[in-house]
Design a binder for this molecule. Structure first.
Ligand code: GDP
Length: 367
């Protein structure tokens, strides 16, 4: 399962977020046999309002949402790239995840010390980014040396690698993440072999105070983070209140709704964080819906019908014949399977069909 790593400076709300996620959003492990089970990994349900609608149409009581893994990555200190503190371990943990969620402190609270004495989200972002950039720079410089040696043999691939690494070293030297290097699609593919930390998709989760959740746009720190994410990092952002998420995990749904109403907020922002992370990981959901259960299955965007069948069972992929597919919108608008069929919304798709988010599918296969 693809994983997103939660990072951030001390006292920004990481543990609060992670603990709340793993309590209130915890997925039933038995449904996800490929999950990693470790104390710092949380398997979290992906909220999806379409499931409730499909549940009504399929007339079942069992709903199994998609899930995504969040990893709590131990604190970072400046100097990590030089191996200070838990530096090396921190960087090794980040290397293993597929996307990065950086919790950024955007709340003021005199009772909660900021590790650097003041609230300044852009400085905080830069501290972590600098460590990641430095680690990438070291690794690119090392690889550049060996690729220059190889390029002497005039091997085409080695020459291309050396050129890309040169461009990366110059870019990283300016303190910029590899993710923002302007390059061809071919080079983007090539870059993957270096497993760079700053080429991972990133989302900045602005952690605001309870009172700001109703109108986060007015929070100046949030505005700054959004601007930075757009212009400097090509990263996603979202607004959360980790403390509310934690409080909600102790309340019944009714009490929670009442509490949110008092705050003038819709929710803690964490649903959006999970959905955006899922999307950032390049994941999407297709559904199966029957009397037994309604279920969201995770696939990587771009996967074909047989590959999606394989998500359910390898035998489905091996013996794939056709997929019978209807889009969620068409099924929901029709209101029932029979009506959607009558209206001709069901299609038979073959091996080359690329699945779309929201496809409701039934697979035909040979055993
Ligand atoms: P970590 O070091 O990043 O893991 O930070 P913690 O999750 O331990 O949080 C540090 C302190 O900040 C705790 O006392 C939290 O209760 C508090 N905190 C976390 N999120 C919020 C928030 O959204 N608003 C406020 N006011 N405090 C928060």
């Amino acid at each position: 399962m693809l994983q997103a790593g939660i990072v951030g400076l001390p006292n920004v709300g990481k543990s609060t977020l992670f603990n709340a996620l793993t309590r209130s959003r915890k997925a039933e492990a038995a449904n996800y046999p490929f999950c990693t089970i470790e104390p710092n990994v949380g398997v979290v349900e992906v909220p999806d309002s379409r499931l409730a609608v499909l549940k009504g149409i399929a007339k079942t009581n069992v709903v199994i949402p998609a899930a995504v893994e969040f990893v709590d990555i131990a604190g970072l200190v400046a100097g990590a790239s030089k191996g200070e503190g838990l530096g090396n371990k921190f960087l090794a943990n980040i290397r293993e995840v597929d996307a990065i969620v950086q919790v950024v402190r955007c709340f003021e609270d005199d009772d909660i010390l900021h590790s650097l004495g003041s609230v300044d989200p852009i400085r905080d972002i830069q501290i972590i980014l600098t460590e990641l950039v430095l680690a990438d720079l070291q690794s690119c410089e090392k690889q550049l040396e060996s690729s220059i040696r190889k390029a002497k043999s005039m091997d085409k691939e080695s020459i291309k690698n050396a050129e890309l690494l040169k461009a990366l070293v110059a870019h990283l030297n300016e303190g910029k993440p590899a993710h923002t290097l302007e390059c061809s699609d071919d080079d983007k593919e090539r870059m993957k072999q270096y497993f760079l930390l700053t080429s991972k998709p990133t989302i900045y989760a602005c952690n605001v105070s309870e009172s700001d959740l109703a109108n986060p746009d007015a929070n100046l720190y949030v505005q700054k983070v959004r601007e930075f994410a757009k212009t400097e990092h090509d990263a996603e952002t979202c607004v959360i209140c980790a403390r509310i998420e934690e409080e909600l995990s102790d309340l019944s749904p009714e009490e929670g709704a009442e509490y949110l109403k008092e705050l003038g907020a819709q929710d803690s922002g964490v649903s959006e964080l999970i959905r955006k992370t899922y999307d950032l990981l390049g994941l999407a959901s297709f559904f199966t819906a029957g009397e037994k259960e309604v279920r969201a299955w995770t696939f990587k965007k771009g996967m074909t019908a047989p590959q999606c069948a394989g998500v359910i069972h390898t035998d489905f992929e091996k013996g794939f014949i056709k997929a019978e597919v209807v889009s969620y919108e068409d099924l929901a608008n029709a209101g029932s399977v029979a009506k959607a069929r009558e209206a001709g919304h069901y299609r038979l798709e073959g091996r080359d069909y690329i699945f779309k988010d929201g496809d409701v599918a039934l697979f035909r296969f040979n055993v």
